[in-house]
Write a protein of this length. Sequence first.
Length: 483
Amino acid sequence: MIFFSEKKENGLFALFTGLFILVILLAFLSDLLWLIAIPLAALFLYAGWQNRDTVFFLLLLTLPLSFEYNFSPTLGTDIPDESLMLLTCFFFFAYWLYTPQSVSGKAWAHPLFFLLLGMLGWMLVTVIFSTDSFVSIKFLLAKAWYVGAFVLAPLIVFRNKERIVMAAKLIICSMLLVTIIALIRHSNNSFSFATINESVSPFFRNHVNYSAMLVCIVPVLIAFWKLTKTATLKWLFAVAIMISLSALFFSYARGAWLALINGIITYWLIEKKVLAFAYVVFIITAIATVFWLKSNDRYLRYAHDYQTTIFHKNFSEHLVATYKLKDVSTAERFYRWIAGVRMIKDKPLTGYGPNTFYDNYKPYAVPAYKTWVSDNKEHSTIHNYFLLTVIEQGYPGLVFLVLLLGAMLYYAQFLFHRIKDEFYRTTALTIGVIIVMIITVNLLSDLVETDKIGSLFFLCLSILIMTDINTRSDSPPDIQRIS
């Protein structure tokens, strides 16, 4: 066996050497020097294929560290995580085609996976009816490699606890590094509200994105603190929790603060087995509120004064302005939300198409809610992911999203009470808390489509599936705790 293995390796070495020499000769004879990149790319792909798990874990490590880079006003990417997403998606999809048994049949048959496929299937339908097919197809392709990198790959990689622990450690270590850098830079400006966005760049676009990922890391750190038995490590995780909470406070992000509170409430709701019920009550309340505001144009009574709606550099003034509806970010949200609600009636079934909100919303806006930033030079969207979904994908798209989130919360609660293993019980509880936090921040933003929060959302989905599969009675025994 050793003889044949060495023979195979020697053959591959000879193949790559011959390819490299041949391409170099062709490059110099034809003056097409770019041809030299071909054997290097082939070698790189081969190395990645042989080390798929390493590529996946490297992707997780780079998530908090990546930054946006725009090649042009219409073309941009996240460096380096988006390239690693593509590679991870390619390697693991190819590996699954090569070895279909690498993904358990239980994973394919899992209700959460079926709901995800339903959501993606309907998204494909809305692309067909999109008002701008080109941008919608680009959006669908991006969604595909998100799912490939953060759902398909984990279904292969997360075969045991050690892999899940490794993934969590890589994300929290890189996020803590970014957090410490941001705190040091922010401290040089006396932790002022006006300089927080500058302090978190280039890793995060603004303090909202930064705080959204940061708040989702807190329950993971608490889970490590709870499961760790070593006194020294327990102390280190306690310090990491305090650093994260301090950074969260100085992020000045109201949505993240609310997410933290909701996360604490979620812990109690899961323990009492009422999380799924609370989710249904929340949905009913949200629908009733929308109808109440819409009836008789009641929402017009809460219109702000255009002249007094400003951006505040002092955070206490910012909070007061929020309460009085004079903060520009809050007022602009109302402006876009109202436009969004009015858009729905024209395309309730298939929506306007993924990633088309900006091109369609302005004719539906109500002038009474206009602010001095309503020209929207950043081309940002509606700042509510649920409303964005129904606008771009119609009511069926929203139903699929709500059902998927509800099913994830149900499974987090169900697994917590079914499982006896301490690690997996804590994992289910942590995922439930993170999902509620993601829901909270997306009520005021649309972050599921970003590399930072979108990756966490799909990772939570895959971890729930693997937690369910790994803890069934017919699954093999696993390690018992984090060491």
